[in-house]
Design a protein around this ligand. Structure first.
Ligand code: GLN
Length: 501
């Protein structure tokens, strides 16, 4: 690309941010529309259709949901790595988007095998899409650009506009016309995301960003096939393998694989740390620590698509306000309202020199997650004679959960691009998303503990109330404990890592 083209792209600003941000915003908005539209239906669809006839349907659903969630985020490590080394962010985003769209459309086919194949397409697709679009946002800003945090906040709004609208629409379609229409709409959303990204490239708003790191490597032939073609082929070949892993819920292979992945990633990080100078090492340690705290938080938060959706369908008096699938929109709804005020709060506190260090924000976030589950656990006391609790509990819970999320997730997203050594930033973004991957194993574990054994379509009410409220109480205690530990250790982190936070 010529110098003038690069310069033009850097000059293009909108609302005080690089213009490229707004294309990434819409691309991610639609991708998340598809992701969360589908997620809102996933648990209920498995309960109602895929596993409807078996007594352990809650357990099977919990395991498949966890395996899917774990793999869909773990694949981002590989996608980030391939992008760093070979593909570059642009091609990775395209490849990922196309695979995800395929997945959503296959979900629209009514068939059990198609179901697992579709999930596998989304797993592989998300691996290429998600880490790279997030890294792309960071790449739009020069190092030290103070607008970067607010850039990520805007981006996070896009994510949540998608996450808010999709469960409402897909949930409505699913109820009125059938699940497959809901899934089909998710696919259309993904296509829209790709079109936005494409138009950004056409309008040259990204300058030279996101190209493959080296043209030779990108086009280098292996077995006579250039890498740029080989990677999509291999990706598609992985789909049936992943589909098989997902469908084997009894053996739960994914959980075993995760223990291994955990070790492998840690070993690789230690290996990198050893090679870094002391300053970069401290940064990487902080990146790993916040990723770990984030894992715990998502472990509680991601229960929303599984146990909390089931709780909503079985024990919350929704009274026609919304369906259980649609309650998945509440978290994103609150994020949309709260994202800007909270990011302004950080700016305001920073001006006064009072902006809390990242570990404090993370400790507080975990405490808030504990408060959320405590609220759900006491909802049982207000249940009616049918064991249904007032909707307000769910609403307040999501309000507080969203504050906790904003104390952590966008802050971490921005931090991770700051703290990671330049040549592995997309890989680190993958590690960041690994926090969600491991979190889903926590979700699966909890889901299995709170499984209700029944094939009754209408199970719920008094039969299930205490299973959930007792479970929520225990979760609350763990989350509060984790938050307290992080807060107590924050001064020590300051001592050890100095200025890095
Ligand atoms: N809600 C955010 C997103 O969809 C974070 C999700 C996660 O990492 N678990 O990007």
């Amino acid at each position: 690309m010529s110098d003038t083209a690069i310069k033009n792209s850097e000059d293009q600003q909108m609302f005080g941010h690089p213009k490229g941000l707004f294309y990434l915003f819409f691309a991610e908005l639609w991708e998340r529309f598809s992701f969360y539209g589908m997620r809102a239906l996933l648990t209920l669809y498995m309960i109602d259709h895929i596993f409807e006839a078996i007594v352990e349907r809650d357990t099977a659903t919990a395991v498949v949901y966890a395996s899917y969630g774990s793999l869909v985020y773990a694949s981002t490590v590989i996608g980030g790595q391939i992008s760093d080394k070979i593909m570059g962010m642009r091609s990775s985003i395209f490849l990922g988007g196309i695979l995800m769209a395929l997945g959503h459309f296959v979900l629209a086919v009514e068939n059990d095998i198609a179901f697992f194949l579709a999930l596998a397409f989304i797993v592989v697709g998300n691996g290429f899409f998600k880490p790279n679009i997030s890294t792309f946002v960071g790449a739009l800003y020069k190092e030290g650009d103070v607008r970067k945090d607010s850039g990520f906040t805007i981006f996070y709004m896009g994510i949540n506009i998608g996450g808010f609208v999709a469960p409402l629409l897909c949930g409505w379609l699913a109820l009125k016309y059938g699940y497959h229409y809901g899934f089909g709409l998710a696919g259309i959303g993904m296509m829209a995301g790709l079109i936005f990204f494409w138009s950004g490239i056409k309008k040259n708003v990204f300058g030279d960003k996101g190209m493959p790191p080296s043209k030779e490597i990108y086009e280098k032939k292996i077995l006579g096939i250039p890498q740029k073609t080989l990677i999509p082929i291999i990706s598609v070949l992985f789909v049936p393998v992943i589909a098989y892993l997902l469908s084997s819920w009894k053996a739960n292979y994914v959980s075993g694989i995760f223990k291994f992945i955990g070790f492998a990633v840690l070993a690789y990080l230690v290996y990198i740390m050893v090679k870094l100078d002391s300053d970069a090492r401290k940064k990487l340690i902080m990146a790993v620590l916040i990723t770990f705290f984030m894992t715990l938080f998502w472990g509680f938060h991601e229960l929303s698509g599984s146990v909390i959706t089931l709780f909503a369908s079985r024990n919350v008096a929704l009274d026609g306000i919304m369906t259980a699938a649609q309650t998945n929109a509440l978290n994103s709804m609150f994020i949309i309202f709260l994202a800007i005020p909270i990011s302004l709060l950080w700016g305001y506190l920073a001006k006064k020199g009072l902006n809390p260090r990242t570990p404090y924000k993370f400790g507080l976030g975990l405490l808030l997650a504990g408060v959320c589950f405590y609220i759900l656990s006491i909802s049982g006391a207000s249940a009616d004679e049918n064991g249904m609790v007032p909707f307000a509990y769910l609403l307040i819970m999501y309000f507080i959960l969203s504050i906790g999320e904003l104390f952590m997730s966008p802050v971490g997203l921005s931090k991770i691009t700051d703290l990671s050594p330049k040549n592995i930033v997309a890989f680190m973004m993958g590690v960041w998303f690994l926090s969600s991957a491991f979190a889903f194993q926590i979700v699966g574990f909890i889901g299995e503990q709170l499984a209700v054994e029944s094939t009754d379509k209408n199970v719920g009410g008094l039969e299930t109330l205490t299973i959930y409220t007792d479970g929520f109480h225990l979760i609350a205690m763990y989350a509060l404990g984790a938050g307290a530990i992080v807060l107590l250790f924050s001064p020590l982190m300051k001592k050890l890592l100095g200025n890095v936070h």
